[in-house]
Design a binder for this molecule. Structure first.
Ligand code: ADP
Ligand code: ZN
Length: 220
């Protein structure tokens, strides 16, 4: 299974990718998380990522592609992967295709999660995640079952992304509309684009994604 979960920040990509990862044993590749981990590790890519992210710019495409290629060749990606947050430009989409082709692979499908802006801002302003296992939560839409205790791992520590403010979200949505949305016609032309209503509740969105995977991906 090789798919891209596509949508603006807050669409629910991370939430759904975790579920698909658990159900099918594929690996969620969030390029944002990969970059943040690289920054923490202090590696060469990490130092460059730190500089670029602080300046609010995008990482060079070649570096992103190299990072993803290295990752999908690792044994835990044998059953497949879910790209979440990549590609963000048409150039990246083209570079991704070239890289996959070089590795003898191709995407099964690209699933676009559609959510309107007002809801996106509300979702992002309330989201937080477990510092222990990364499980995602939301102040109103998906609180922890017990106050301040992670449902999945029992940790009592949580984090909020510094850039998850209403103001930053508006800026990120503009970048999405201007630079990232043009990727859609690219995949539409390849006939691998599927659209789903991301406004539905979390379980319903999962059901719709699974249906698309049943129709397009080799699930063995
Ligand atoms: P993305 O990875 O696309 O930026 P997330 O998966 O982090 O988005 O979801 C953003 C926030 O919205 C999270 O707090 C999550 O709990 C919440 N959320 C995700 N999907 C839904 C949904 N279908 N309905 C309501 N809230 C949702
Ligand atoms: Zn946890």
């Amino acid at each position: 299974m090789k798919l891209v979960l596509f949508g603006p920040p807050g669409a629910g990509k991370g939430t759904q990718a975790r579920r698909i990862q658990e159900e099918y044993g594929v690996v969620q590749l969030s390029t944002g998380d990969m970059l943040r981990a690289a920054v923490k590790s202090g590696s060469a890519i990490g130092q460059e990522a730190d500089r670029v992210m602080k300046a609010g710019q995008l990482m060079p495409d070649s570096m992103m592609i190299e990072m993803i290629a290295e990752r999908i060749l690792q044994p835990d990606c044998a059953k497949g992967f879910i790209l979440d947050g990549f590609p963000r430009t048409v150039k990246q989409a083209e570079a991704l295709d070239e890289m996959l082709e070089r590795l003898g692979k191709s995407l099964d499908c690209v699933i676009e999660m559609q959510v309107d802006d007002v809801e996106l801002i509300e979702r992002i302003s309330g989201r937080f995640s477990c510092a222990g296992c990364g499980a995602g939560y939301h102040d109103h839409f998906k609180p922890t079952r017990d106050i301040d205790i992670c449902d999945e791992c029992g940790s009592g520590e949580f984090t909020r992304r510094l850039d998850d403010t209403a103001e930053s979200v508006r800026a990120r949505l503009k970048v999405f509309r201007d630079q990232t949305a043009p990727v859609l016609p690219y995949y539409e032309a390849k006939k691998i684009l599927y659209r789903i209503d991301g406004m539905a509740d979390i379980d319903e969105v999962t059901r719709r994604i699974k249906n698309i995977l049943l129709a397009t991906a080799n699930l063995s």
